[in-house]
Design a protein around this ligand. Structure first.
Ligand SMILES: [Zn+2]
Length: 146
């Protein structure tokens, strides 16, 4: 038997007892679960632990604007994106504007590159129709070895 904390569209909280997670999903699908207070059938399941995101935080403390778990998730996504770029591009360092041009004009193999370019250099590249995406990499971030 599983006990789920449920909530209807009208904001009534109640507990539902189900044989299993699947039984719960099926009954929701078929509209068999209704609010005991208003018979509403738009039922949402609430997290079973009342304070999932606030481990260690005291009850009296107001929740931060971005819950720590959410901030961590966003940071993890960001680091993944950075790693993806580092893994899939060649570091050409200061030669970046030159290499970007050579690739653009078909003088060298087409591939993803990364490197340093000043704002002026980026503007020049943009004028030539060469797309450059600035990607600030966190200080001290170590990419995979090349
Ligand atoms: Zn209700």
């Amino acid at each position: 038997m599983k006990v789920f904390n449920l909530c209807c569209a009208g904001g009534h909280g109640f507990e539902g007892w189900f044989a299993s997670e699947d039984a719960f999903a099926e009954q929701i699908d078929r509209g068999l679960v209704e609010c005991p207070m208003c018979a509403d059938r738009t039922i949402q399941r609430l997290p079973s632990a009342p304070r999932l995101n606030l481990s260690g935080a005291r009850d009296a403390e107001p929740a931060p604007a971005v819950p720590p778990a959410e901030a961590q998730r966003l940071q993890a996504m960001w680091l993944q994106a950075v790693q993806h770029v580092l893994r899939n591009t060649e570091d050409v360092g200061q030669r970046f504007p030159e290499e970007a041009r050579r690739i653009h004009y078909g003088e060298t193999e087409r591939r993803g590159i990364r490197g340093q370019a000043s704002a002026d250099e980026r503007a020049e590249l943009a004028e030539e129709g060469i797309e450059v995406v600035p990607l600030p990499v966190p200080a001290g971030f170590e990419g995979p070895a090349h």
